[in-house]
Design a protein around this ligand. Structure first.
Ligand SMILES: [Zn+2]
Length: 57
């Protein structure tokens, strides 16, 4: 499975059992991406919502 990073246009190889809403990290720009939709072999990625979780560091 391959998808394209919406931020840097890099091609990203995904595991075959990827699921919608899964969060992955772009290997090029290191941004967090969310799987938006999967149409057969076409995976659409979108920028993951920024979750500024404060775990108290
Ligand atoms: Zn990227």
């Amino acid at each position: 499975m391959q998808a394209q990073c919406p931020i840097c246009d890099a091609n990203i190889t995904l595991s075959n059992n990827i699921e919608v809403a899964e969060i992955i990290t772009c290997t090029e720009c290191k941004n967090r991406l969310e799987v938006g939709s999967i149409n057969q072999k076409d995976v659409v990625l979108k920028e993951a919502p920024k979750v500024e979780e404060d775990w108290g560091q």
